[in-house]
Write a protein that binds this ligand. Structure first.
Ligand SMILES: Nc1nc2c(ncn2[C@@H]2O[C@H](COP(=O)(O)OP(=O)(O)O)[C@@H](O)[C@H]2O)c(=O)[nH]1
Ligand SMILES: [Mg+2]
Length: 377
């Protein structure tokens, strides 16, 4: 946290200038108010800056409002096509001309007066700085009802495994353009662009500067219930991105467990039909390999389900061949030399074989058969 608000900015490296990106949708009343506050700050601190309003074709006089201001450092870019907050911010970051990027709401919830403190935190080495409601010194307007408060806290908690940041939902943040330019596969879905950037850019050094978050006075919030559902979807993607192997592994294990049931059922059936142990064990393995393949193709690695099935199956069998051999060998061995002739000894031998073969199968599937390289985007 940085508090020396009045450190002379002329002595920091960022005198090169900042680009403030403000996504807007029907904010005509707020535009002049925000510009007036930024202008006061600009003169007070002698800041070089530009303000870029990224408007989704509001047609409410926003363009005229920016023009009327007469500030040559303020522009409005009108986007056509589908409306989208994150997409607008990303476009704005790309169009920015200065090396430090800010994002803030137009509704005066975010105090521009905190910008200098955020610049200082970036200058002190942070990769991203968030204007935060939830660090000591931060606050929200008193009339936040219980539901709004609990809603915001739950949304924040759900993001906890992704980042230690206290307020990753904040729409007020700053980062360097150079870091933004490194971001790959940005998915401009939903509202939480800071969280998206933290996860996708792998930002670890994220600082928070306390802010007082004021309720909007003019216009209405565009954060609908539908946007909140989209947030859950967004989280699933970010979890997959961040914990890819753990997520794949979990699904792979569920499929594997179903394979164990299939294997033991087939084996018991064959045994009951009077076949020799060798064939019972082999039959159980063969059928469960097929069901495992089909389920992994459909669910675990569903991103590859449009590729030719026979080729994949050959790959799957090839990749699991060692695992299967291990499985079969261990099962035969346990059956012949360890478990004796108890009532369920064949089943236990099969189980031992399954466990032994599993590791090979997982590694082979994840890194060979269903490798992302084989998927057309
Ligand atoms: N360009 C663009 N801006 C949007 C869109 N939805 C919201 N905004 C702007 O994003 C900022 C945050 O939205 P707001 O409605 O205040 O959400 P809240 O603060 O969560 O209630 C405001 O400046 C909005 O005008 C959108 O679809 N496109
Ligand atoms: Mg707002």
């Amino acid at each position: 946290m940085i508090s020396q608000d009045h450190y002379p900015l002329a002595r920091t490296r960022f005198t090169a200038g900042i680009s403030i990106i403000v996504p807007t949708y029907r904010e005509v009343e707020n535009i002049p108010l925000l510009l007036a506050r930024i202008d006061a700050l600009r003169r007070d601190r002698d800041l070089t800056l530009e303000v870029l309003f990224m408007d989704d074709d509001s047609r409410d006089g926003s363009i005229e409002a920016v023009e009327r201001s007469g500030f040559d450092w303020a522009r409005i870019i009108v986007r056509q096509g589908p409306r989208g907050l994150s997409a607008a911010v990303i476009d704005g970051f790309r169009a920015a001309r200065y090396p430090v990027l800010f994002c803030m709401d137009c509704d005066l919830s975010h105090p521009p007066e905190r910008i200098p403190a955020m610049i200082l935190a970036l200058d002190a080495g942070q990769q991203m700085v968030i204007g935060s409601r939830y660090v000591p010194g931060g606050s929200t307007d008193d009339d936040w009802g219980f539901w709004r408060w609990i809603n915001s806290r739950i949304a924040t908690l759900l993001a906890r495994p992704l980042t230690q940041v206290r307020d990753p939902m904040s729409g007020f943040f700053a980062l360097r353009k150079a870091d933004f330019d490194q971001a790959r596969d940005l998915n401009p879905v939903g509202y939480k662009i800071a969280l998206e950037l933290i996860v996708k850019c792998g930002l670890e050094n994220v600082g928070e500067v306390p802010i007082h978050f004021s309720d909007r006075v003019h216009g209405v919030s565009k954060l609908t219930f539908r946007e909140q559902l989209k947030y859950i979807q967004h989280l699933r993607r970010l979890y997959l991105h961040r914990f890819a192997n753990a997520m794949y592994m979990a699904q792979f294990l569920v499929v594997g467990a179903s394979g164990v049931v299939v294997n033991l059922s087939v084996l018991s059936l064959l045994k009951w039909a009077g076949l020799p142990d060798m064939l019972c064990l082999a039959g159980g393995i063969a059928v469960s390999v097929i069901t495992n393949f089909l389920l992994n193709r459909r669910f675990t690695f569903s991103y590859a389900k449009d590729r030719p099935i026979l080729k994949q199956f050959a790959g799957f069998v090839g990749a699991s061949a060692v695992g299967m051999a291990v499985n079969y060998g261990v099962a035969l061995y346990l059956n012949a030399h360890v478990l004796g002739a108890g009532p369920l000894s064949l089943q236990f031998a099969a189980l031992g074989g399954i466990v032994a073969g599993m590791l090979f199968n997982f590694l082979g599937s994840r890194y060979f058969v269903f490798h992302k390289r084989f998927v057309k985007r």
